[in-house]
Design a protein around this ligand. Sequence first.
Ligand code: SF4
Length: 431
Amino acid sequence: MNLIENLKKGNIPDYLLSIAEDEEVEVGYLVENIIKGRIVVPKNAFREIKKPCAIGKGLTVKVNANIGTSSDYADLEDEIRKLEVAVNAGAHTVMDLSTGGDLVKVRTAILEKSPVPVGTVPIYEAAVRSIERNGSIVEMSEDEMIKAIEEQAKQGVDFMTIHAGVSSRTIKILERKKRVLGVVSRGGSFLVAWMLHNQRENPLLERFDEVLEILRMYDVTLSLGDGLRPGCLEDATDEAQIDELFLLGDLVKRAREANVQVMVEGPGHVPLNQIEANVILQKRICDEAPFYVLGPLPTDSAPGYDHIVSAIGGALAAYHGADFLCYVTPREHLGLPDEKDVYDGVSAARIAAHIADIARGNKKAILRDSMMARARANLDWEGQISCSLVPEKTKKMLLERSAGTGACTMCGPFCAIEIVKKHLGTDIDVC
Ligand code: SF4
């Protein structure tokens, strides 16, 4: 039995108790909302996870880090180091998006070493195998697509992006209403190319029940991919994106009926003034399924700083109700991230999540900022390091220019905090 089936029978696994404690919610709240489909706990039935997490309604905002090889750069050791950096920086989940080297070997190593849930996009492996065997993606067989899902589920993957919402109907919209950037989702582009070449419907949509049965058996959380997500501001919230969203809403219903945990992926490149509307639409159309946003990026024009761009969009999306932020690294649009990019990407996304948690009224998040403010008021440098979301960086920057004092040197003898404290003669109590 999978988690939903167990919960419906009244069996509550121990890991749910620790998640409830960590989130400061009643376990009954988790149970009720997992059954309703408003919270998911990505965890394969056959994998032990040291740090499982719950994503969705009323919980803290979670962060995912994408790692994995490309055909141009495939080094297993590098990916393992990136996994460690991502987890140490506070990523709640990782996705292995490998498309280069020995895919099974890379995934096996990541699954073995990851203390957090691991996600994948199985169509990548099916496409790579098809290129190896047939020389092209469009020759991929339907069975190969299903087989990749089954093999990865058996291997222990906790959540999977499945682009079942890409349909012939949406492709007709794309043909009629040309976009600036067409299709920017990798999985979405594979399927669109396959469907146009073979003049067939999306096999992941046609064989969706079969996919659900595999996911149900292994308790893999379904992450419905947004193959038509906008790749630039001009394409945002257009007919193709919203048409796919309506189909995703139907697929959410079918997944819930099949006792499969499901969340929905979202944009992408979206102007700041359209982010709230995107969250409301997703929540309404998909009956409050957890929303996993890829950014969003509210400007197209800052390659090199896209982690900051996506943190701005992510904070706003999460404030309006998005549940799960996929990090974006500074190297987005430019290349495969290195370890520093991964650290910066996770840190930026965690800061965005924390900002949203405060605005959503999360007590722990609010307390952290109160403690930081008091540590600042008391010129307590160690306290500031321990309250920081990025303690290593905080410590490094403080000590680099502290001239051996371990204190901030920005204003020299004119430290406003010190001057006023001296004259007011007050110490601020710690929380
Ligand atoms: S020296 Fe200036 S920047 Fe540093 S803590 Fe004091 S007031 Fe703030």
